[in-house]
Design a protein around this ligand. Sequence first.
Ligand SMILES: CC(=O)SCCNC(=O)CCNC(=O)[C@H](O)C(C)(C)COP(=O)(O)OP(=O)(O)OC[C@H]1O[C@@H](n2cnc3c(N)ncnc32)[C@H](O)[C@@H]1OP(=O)(O)O
Ligand SMILES: O=C([O-])CC(=O)C(=O)O
Length: 378
Amino acid sequence: MTETEIKKGLAGVVVDYTAVSKVNPDTNSLLYRGYPVQDLAAAKSFEEVALLLWTGELPTAGELAEFVKAERAGRALAPNVKAAIDLLPTNCHPMDVGRTAVSVIGANHALAEESSPAAELSKAKELFAAFPAVVAYDQRRRRGLEVVEPREDLDYSQNFLWMTFGEEAAPEVVDAFRVSMVLYAEHSFNASTFTARVITSTLSDLHSAVTGAIGALKGPLHGGANEAVMHTFHEIGIDKNESREDAAARAKTWMEEALAAKKKVMGFGHRVYKHGDSRVPTMKAALDKMIEHYGRGEMLGLYDGLEAAMDEAKAIKPNLDYPAGPTYHLMGFDTEMFTPIFIAARITGWTAHIMEQRASNALIRPLSAYNGPEQRAL
Ligand SMILES: CC(=O)SCCNC(=O)CCNC(=O)[C@H](O)C(C)(C)COP(=O)(O)OP(=O)(O)OC[C@H]1O[C@@H](n2cnc3c(N)ncnc32)[C@H](O)[C@@H]1OP(=O)(O)O
Ligand SMILES: O=C([O-])CC(=O)C(=O)O
């Protein structure tokens, strides 16, 4: 009998084609529709990147203006979305709130069961516009603060920060936030995108696919790692008055002990990149700007100390979640809100993949090798 070859975790398995993005671990690069992600992060708004991912091309000035107008007009949450959020306990995980909100937004949709390319694109655009208000609404209710309504005179990133904190963010902060959204937008067949494609492959609807993708993103081996990174920083202890060197030394000791105890340290390692994540240098530059902006050198100490100790012990490199976590912390978000921010960004990639899957569908249904008991009589 020939032994069936099992590819645990589908590691190394090529499942389908995609034209949305190319992750190349050999050149340590990431292209969105052919454009290097770091070039997009340097020069393009998140709104432009969203249109690129959905349509395959950067928008003309006219196309962008039309989208921006609709996006700004579509930011407010429907009353029953707010009511559904209000019914959830403030101590539930904010990812549960995001998952529930998308479900309600889907149930509200006039074209919920319609899956033509035009209907799918309009649903993707509407979800893109509305989701930041879910994050901001939830962040504020957890803090017992009044809801801040969206402003149409602000761009996506400015408005996201405005709705969350109730004040206009400094341009440097807005820019770092924009960069994070561009970098988080898309990453080929990662676990959450693959989940969205599996759900779509059954001919289910877009909001069901996004809701399922949120469930996959929540786990700390995937999107939940940005939150987990901050838990590590808190476990080590953050002391604003500590020197960078002292913070680095404490972080190094923490990492050595964690690795000696065979712990997995979130924010490090990647299934595809083995020599570092292509997005980290761009996100680290954004974090550096935030550290300078807020005058928080000790955070850099913690960051460097952990990274150096991991490199020395196991040569495992940070992934995007590692610099993103402390960046959102410095901006003022509660730790549990970090992965919902990731949802807001990844809605673009997920929905681009949902449309691609639908356009060339085959039910995704792999085989399993049975290793239970032989047939037996009752
Ligand atoms: C945006 C994103 O989703 S990026 C990913 C975010 N996830 C994380 O940061 C979670 C921490 N990292 C990990 O768990 C892993 O690196 C993964 C899940 C991302 C990739 O995992 P895989 O490709 O399955 O590799 P696997 O987990 O088998 O690791 C290979 C080896 O490296 C070790 N390793 C990998 N990552 C880490 C880590 N973060 N900390 C400690 N050891 C690690 C494993 O223990 C394993 O060692 P072993 O061979 O001695 O058993
Ligand atoms: O590609 C992956 O497996 C995880 C990841 O980095 C992402 O989804 O951004």
